[in-house]
Design a protein around this ligand. Structure first.
Ligand code: NI
Length: 236
């Protein structure tokens, strides 16, 4: 019988890790490997395997896994431990419905407090998106643009939830954007949204954001139901 390749074998550890850096090194390394697909969805990560791999005790491993769980990259499942989360958790429609609630509220709170520098930064991300062709970068810039719109919302817990949603989307886009082809369409949304925000027109901005996210859910739902997406689901 052919042996399944061990996903952890793709991870290279360069020499001993100083104890005080262990947690962050493990977290960063695993995060990168989950995001670029070297450790596929559904992989169970055993604390002892990771401790052996990184040459550390289980304590920093446990802490790193907890961080990744908080970023919605891992789910802790009874009897299985930490398992790499699926690309879209649950139902895409429900996920986006929640994101619309959370992001509209963050936008409402943030718009009156945004500064000229925030506008410039957001415009910079749009410009970068214009010329970027690497899907990994596109996902990252989309997240940064959105966060730039919400960043002044004083409710930090709300912002954390918003960022979890954007992280989840970024990971999904990284694997599927090429097949979905969303590019130019969302650029126009982004520009219109930024204009409304610059005018401090909260209601118009919220409407445009809802429209933008609803279009996202439409494209993703159509895509997930397409034969092409079905055939890509092998690594679930
Ligand atoms: Ni967007």
């Amino acid at each position: 019988m052919p042996q399944k390749p061990n996903p952890l074998s793709s991870i290279k550890v360069n020499g001993p890790i100083p104890a005080h850096l262990a947690r962050s090194v493990i977290e960063k390394t695993l995060r990168a490997a989950i995001l670029d697909g070297r450790i596929p969805c559904g992989t169970a990560l055993r604390q002892q395997d990771l401790a052996d791999l990184f040459g550390v005790s289980r304590m920093p491993v446990r802490e790193a896994l907890r961080q990744l769980e908080a970023q919605a990259l891992l789910n802790v499942i009874a009897h299985k431990g930490a398992v790499v989360a699926p690309l879209v958790q649950g139902d895409a429609v429900e996920t986006y419905a929640l994101r619309i609630l959370l992001e509209s509220e963050a936008l409402r709170l943030s718009v009156p407090l945004l500064t000229h520098e925030d506008f410039e930064q957001a415009a910079g991300y749009i410009d970068e998106l214009e010329t970027e062709h690497d899907y990994t970068e596109i996902g990252r810039l989309n997240r940064l643009f959105h966060m730039a719109m919400y960043c002044k919302a004083p409710n930090r817990r709300l912002l954390r939830l918003v960022e979890d949603g954007l992280n989840e989307e970024e990971r999904f886009l990284r694997f599927n954007l090429e097949a979905m082809g969303l590019g130019k369409l969302s650029q126009e949304d982004h520009r219109a949204l930024l204009r409304a925000v610059e005018d401090r027109d909260v209601e118009r901005a919220v409407k445009l954001l809802e429209h933008h996210l609803n279009r996202g859910v439409e494209v993703i739902t159509n895509y997930l139901n397409s034969p092409e997406a079905q055939s890509r689901k092998t690594s679930k």
